[in-house]
Design a protein around this ligand. Structure first.
Ligand SMILES: Cc1ncc(COP(=O)(O)O)c(C=O)c1O
Length: 401
């Protein structure tokens, strides 16, 4: 049946403030069921983990349900879902755990397409281990990350390949499956950053060939928490730093300190919300997620055509990237204007967009715009509608028409 955007929008209280929220790539708004789930968790009484009383059991149940929900969203195994404050923190943690086995002369491969959160933790861990860092380069101006280059980058010394499932500025979706297959054939692990990709369509980490798949709930209508999914058998091989009395089982030993239980309840509710985006979706939650996220993808794809074509028709607009497979994310400049000035003008027209490198630090550098404020990013998610796009196009046309 597809997605009824008016019905979806009605679930998001924040969207009634009259702004066009085209800043979803930096964080989405929360629908009422998610806000309610967070508040209900607090109202019901929460205790810390592993106690003898019901409030503690409620917290443990929330953690277990959040693992199941994230596993359903990404096509993973709940027993391998590590929960934490955000993707960056979890990635640093996993980089430290994985690098314990790295030896001088070992190699890791990062990509210039990635957000810095899937670059710097690996570069720094490699530096400490004496490992060599190899770079996969972006083919500009298209913004593709050709998979074929990995043949030359991989060797029998490669321990890890870190790659994004989608660029958070250009939207490029590289052929992750082709890259991870090459990594596996060379005996290397793959760490796939799904933070930008996850909200834009169905995710199947097994089909992507990802040994680790990272995602952040606040990009898909949830609160500010992150998760990394992996095969529990793989996690069993890793020994992260941890406190002596803290649980030593997988995945708990990767989770430091007391989690934000109510937010985990919110993240699980966000997955339920996504599963219901297409009201005709049926079956298990995983099946409904696949149907609903496909509907969200189709909705975004249609609107994106209007957005991208509208901007491309303006003489003074430069658009960056044009990958064959991409999310509904545009990155652009208006001739003669700083990106912050364009974003400020749009804010005055009640349009929320980001300006800057958005931590795609290497890519902004490769594009040659990092020192000049980079560019403006506008992104669509499932709750954006035609009026959001029209408002952005009208406001940019005032500057660039
Ligand atoms: C592609 C991508 N990777 C990683 C991150 C970092 O995620 P977190 O804020 O959860 O650390 C972001 C955040 O914007 C992102 O867009």
């Amino acid at each position: 049946m597809g997605l009824d955007v008016s019905a979806v929008r009605a679930m998001y209280p924040a969207l009634s403030d009259g702004y066009a929220y085209l800043d979803g790539a930096a964080g989405t708004q929360l629908p009422a069921p998610v806000i309610d789930a967070i508040s209900a968790a607090h109202r019901s009484g929460l205790g810390n983990s592993d106690g003898a009383f019901p409030a503690s059991a409620r917290s443990d149940a929330i953690v277990a349900e959040c693992r199941r929900a994230v596993a359903d969203l990404v096509g993973g195994n709940p027993a391998g879902v590590i929960l934490g404050p955000n993707m960056t923190t979890l990635t640093y943690r996993l980089a430290a755990a994985l690098a314990r086995d790295w030896r001088p002369g070992d190699e890791v491969i990062v990509s210039r397409l990635d957000h810095d959160a899937n670059i710097r933790p690996w570069v720094q861990a490699a530096g400490r281990a004496g490992a060599v860092v190899r770079w996969a380069e972006v083919d500009l101006p298209a913004g593709e990350l050709p998979a074929g280059q990995y043949d030359a980058l991989l060797s029998e010394r490669t321990r890890l390949v870190a790659v994004t499932a989608a660029s958070n500025i250009l939207g490029t979706r590289p052929d992750v499956a082709a890259i991870t297959a090459r990594a596996r054939a060379a005996g290397a692990l793959s760490y796939v950053d799904g933070v930008h990709a996850t909200p834009h369509g169905p995710t199947d980490m097994a089909a992507l060939g990802a040994d680790f798949y990272a995602t952040s709930a606040y990009k898909w209508s949830g609160p500010h928490i992150g998760a990394v999914a992996a095969d529990p058998a793989l996690l069993e091989r890793l020994r992260p730093d941890k406190l002596d009395p803290a649980p030593d089982n997988v995945p708990d030993r990767f989770e430091w300190g007391t989690p934000s239980f109510a937010d985990l309840a919110g993240a699980a509710a966000a997955v339920d919300h996504l599963a219901g985006l297409d009201t005709a979706a049926a079956g298990t939650r995983r099946q409904r997620l696949v149907t609903s996220m496909a509907a969200a993808h189709e909705h975004e794809r249609r609107l994106f055509g209007v957005l991208a074509d509208g901007l491309a028709a303006m003489d003074k607009v430069t658009l960056y990237g044009n990958a064959r497979d991409r999310t509904a994310t545009v990155y652009f400049n208006v001739a003669g204007l700083a990106p912050r000035a364009v974003a400020g003008h749009l804010a005055g027209r009640r349009v929320n967009v980001w300006d800057g490198h958005n931590y795609a630090w290497e890519l902004a550098g490769a594009l040659g715009i990092r020192d000049t404020g980079s560019a403006v990013r506008a992104g669509l998610v499932h709750y954006n509608d035609r009026s959001d796009v029209d408002r952005l196009l009208a406001a940019v046309a005032e500057l660039a028409g």
